[in-house]
Design a protein around this ligand. Sequence first.
Ligand code: AMP
Length: 289
Amino acid sequence: MTQPVVLHTVAEVHALREQLRTDGKTLACVPTMGALHEGHVALVSRGRELADVVIVSIFVNPLQFGVGEDFDRYPRTLDADVAALAGKAEYVFAPDVDEMYPDRVGGAPVPPQHAGPVGETFEGVSRPGHFDGMLTVVARLFDIVQPDVAIFGQKDAQQVFLVRQMVQTQQLPLQLEIVPTIREQDGLALSSRNRYLSEEERAAAVALPHALLAAAREAEQGGAAAVREAGIRTLDHYPLVRLEYLDLVDPTTFQSVSDNYQGPVTVVIAAKVGTTRLLDTENLERLHA
Ligand code: AMP
């Protein structure tokens, strides 16, 4: 199977973009931080269905990591990633930090993006500035790649909300496509960070999907408070897991819903297992007040 062509510079991507325009071909972009797994591959496969050519970006973005987070130890496995994309994506864009942020070395400024109030809730509470950094790199990537379609995973629900908000408010000319979460057999969402987990922690990490399942079951009859409570109570069985938040948000605003809310909700959960922070999410069709 043919391996993707690896591009490292903005100039190379611009040349590719020009060529595709001339050839009348559409381009799907899958932004990632590498250490690819089957979740990422599902995004790539969706890209292949929606566009003629797929480019996967692999960039561990320093702007979205806080002090003391895992930027330095985040897995960097470019050769394995490129091999995993053989026959699936035509191109990989793997720039270095100076290429993405030329302003760091005296080049053109990269406009910072601001997530606004939603960026300060949930993930933003324990990761201040994370979403500004994430949006800045996504906007920079869109500007470089100019994709017809950009593909993200539902697992990072707050990220999806904020990217959608940016695309809408800035009227960026691209289609956003969201892919459901790919899970291990026991329900744990695939994540590049799962490799940090010890055997014992890995066994405990199933607490997150179990909590979502308990919440979904309760939602068949219960209201918001009962659903939240059912999810949180599940965590009692997993002493290795420290809950950061479990809440129900209105998918149209990403605000916590009130106890008498009726309608669709997104359940969001974040927890620490050992030193590893894990996220998960589930969309529920509707709550009964
Ligand atoms: P990351 O490399 O972790 O920044 O993720 C890159 C993209 O892959 C994001 O849009 C994630 O939401 C998506 N993604 C990560 N894990 C999964 C998964 N288990 N299933 C589907 N998409 C995922």
